[in-house]
Ligand binder design. Structure first.
Ligand code: GDP
Ligand code: MG
Length: 170
């Protein structure tokens, strides 16, 4: 049976944990001193789901999000997007809304969206309420997840759900 290929792009401010989520999901590792420069533009993850063989290309930025523009190659042919904010950083949540606008501009409406409130292990420092995040996610047709790349919480669930929705979208 042929392998289905899907491209997922990660979006969000610097330091929210995008690279850490990709590393956790694709390689099951976590680095406390995750460097802002990464070599590869994407990592592959293979999985079997509902009788399908799937190959995910999970695209990560190399720090260009600082300039608030990632360029068309980054977005091209993406099937899904994962918008990440840090639950302890209100600005990073506000910025998610700009990333959603940027996505729509680059890709139109046809993309499966997930939003991750990352660093859930720092719950005591939370400043973005879950209700607010979920309300926003519903508004833009996204699904919201709490994640901790550090403790490996919610990460597999998020990618699995995103993949299931990309499969359903065809
Ligand atoms: P990026 O700039 O969005 O790619 O963020 P990074 O993955 O480089 O992470 C930025 C910093 O946050 C690093 O020091 C990570 O170790 C840390 N970090 C990432 N995810 C988590 C998490 O789930 N919990 C905690 N406590 N720290 C995290
Ligand atoms: Mg990074």
């Amino acid at each position: 049976m042929a392998e289905k290929q899907f491209k997922i792009v990660l979006l969000g401010e610097g330091r929210v944990g995008k690279t850490s989520l990709v590393m956790r999901y694709c390689q099951n590792v976590f680095n406390d001193k995750q460097n802002s420069t990464v070599q590869a533009s994407f990592q592959n993850k293979r999985l079997n789901l509902d009788g399908h063989r799937i190959n995910l290309a999970v695209w990560d930025t190399a720090g260009q999000e600082r300039f608030h523009a990632l360029g068309p190659i980054y977005y091209r042919d993406a099937n899904g997007a994962l918008l990440v904010y840090d639950i302890t950083d209100n600005d990073s949540f506000v910025r998610v809304q700009n990333w959603v606008k940027e996505l729509r501009k680059m890709l139109g409406g046809d993309i499966v969206l997930a939003i991750a409130g990352n660093k859930s292990d720092l719950e005591r420092n939370r400043v973005v309420s879950q209700e607010r995040a979920e309300e926003y996610a519903a508004q833009v047709g996204a699904k919201h997840f709490n994640t901790s790349a550090k403790l490996s919480k919610g990460v597999n669930e998020l990618f699995l759900d995103l993949t299931q929705r990309m499969l359903a979208a065809g």
